[in-house]
Every structure is written in structure tokens, then in C-alpha cells.
Design a binder for this molecule. Sequence first.
Ligand SMILES: NC(=O)c1ccc[n+]([C@@H]2O[C@H](COP(=O)([O-])OP(=O)(O)OC[C@H]3O[C@@H](n4cnc5c(N)ncnc54)[C@H](OP(=O)(O)O)[C@@H]3O)[C@@H](O)[C@H]2O)c1
Length: 246
Amino acid sequence: MFRDKVALVTGGSRGIGRAIVLSLAKEGAKVLINYKGNEKAAMETLEEVKKIGAEGEIFRADVSVEEGVEKMFNFILEKWGRLDILVNNAGITKDNLLIRMKNEEWEQVINTNLKGVFYCTRAAVKIMLKQRYGRIINVSSVIGLRGNIGQANYAAAKAGIIGFTKAVAREVASRGITVNAVAPGFILTDMTEVLSEEMKKKVLEEIPMGRFGNPEDVANVVKFLASDEASYITGVVLSIDGGLSI
Ligand SMILES: NC(=O)c1ccc[n+]([C@@H]2O[C@H](COP(=O)([O-])OP(=O)(O)OC[C@H]3O[C@@H](n4cnc5c(N)ncnc54)[C@H](OP(=O)(O)O)[C@@H]3O)[C@@H](O)[C@H]2O)c1
């Protein structure tokens, strides 16, 4: 499906990003696994890519720092000479009730989850415009659609991604580039592992399908949006949440 295609997955070392990396690699894509600090996890994911028989590299860069993002895109061009698929997946949480929320908690989440998407998408679109081909998939969240107590920073960033997706989708639609978002619900990863059992139980009761999602549930949809089968879809937000957002 993705033979001769080059993909970048931000935050590709763990969780949802890792599952996306592996699903693209299984279809023959060359994948750059971006990560921020956890080199061990990035290396392990790269090992898996190689076991599949695909080509990959790891690249340490904080998506919220412009210089690092520029270096990462230069690396891709030097290595593979093109970029076909960008998955803006890197994200963090710094939860707190609004009145207790520190400036740093607000800024870190907005910078990583929203500014990082801006930096990476801008750099990718420059390449994709020349190719007249590209697939951009942004990872938003059910929280960006519904909001959540203690997550005003995260909800703002994830809702921001949705507006950004639609605006950029319009800008590049005539150039063979699609830009879409996915909005996962509660997915079992390190990010949700830290939540209390009580909180998990409460969320589970709200999910019509009665189960949490797996990283692969998200990766399957991202793979579809990155494929030629989705070539007439742009500017949409696809929920992957077992019905949580109904
Ligand atoms: N899990 C859920 O239930 C859920 C639901 C909806 C949406 N999402 C979204 O899905 C995405 C992935 O979530 P996850 O649950 O897989 O998270 P995770 O397991 O915590 O993994 C986060 C990934 O992002 C990377 N990362 C964090 N900050 C970064 C930065 N500044 N620059 C580059 N990479 C960075 C991490 O790299 P290191 O390994 O180096 O730390 C790691 O690879 C996030 O955008 C999240 O908001 C998750």
C-alpha cells in the first residue's frame, strides 16, 4: 500500500504513535520515528520496524522547538528525498483545574500539542506542495470535542487542532494534499495508564461499546486516511472512541 512512500510519525516511539509506525511499516512505508526523550522506546520501535522488513530511522526532536523540527525535516529530505505522510501524533497532558492551572502547564501543553502541529505541518506542506502529493493526519481527541474537567489546556489544544486541520485542508486541497484529524477516545497507553482506577471505571461506564480502545484501533484509521482509498476525504474529524462522543 505504501511502497516507495515516506512517513513521519511524531511521538512515534510509544503508545498510539508506535502502533501507527508499525501499521505504516507493514504496508511498506519508510518511517521516521520522532521522539522527545525516550530513546530506548524509540529504538525498540525501530527494531520492530526492521523485523517487519521495512526501512526506518529514529530522530530526537521536541516538536515545540522550531530549530529541532527544521533539522528533522532536513534529515528526511537528505535521507529519502521526499515526504508523503505526516502524522502529527506527539502530545502530552498537564492536567489541573483551571483556577490552579500554572502558566507553564498551559504553555507546555499548547506548545507541544498545537504549536508542534503548526511547525511540522508547515514544514511538511512546503515539501508536499512541490510533490503535489501528501497526506497529513492530525491526532486530536474526544476532549477537543467535548471538553473535560481539569483539561482546559489539553481541550484548547485539541480543539485548536481541529480548526487548524480544516483551514489547512482548504488551503492545500487543490494540490493533491489531504489534511484530516482523528479524535481518539480513551486509548490504553502510558498517557491513560496513570489515571486512577476510579476515573477509568467512570469513563468505561460512558463508553457505549463497553471497552477502552487499543493503539491499533487508532492506527487502522490513520492507515486508511493515509492511503489512496481515502483520496477524496479532506478536512474531516474521525472519532475513534467506541461511541464515547455520541
Ligand atoms: N491515550 C489516549 O487515550 C488518547 C486519547 C485521545 C488522544 N490522544 C492523543 O494521542 C497522541 C498519542 O498519545 P499516547 O497516549 O500514545 O501518548 P504516550 O503513550 O504518552 O506517548 C506520547 C508520545 O509523544 C512523544 N512526545 C511527547 N512530547 C513530545 C515532544 N515535545 N516532541 C516530540 N515527541 C513528543 C513521546 O516521546 P518520548 O517517548 O520521547 O517521551 C511519545 O512518543 C497524543 O497526541 C494524545 O494527546 C491519546
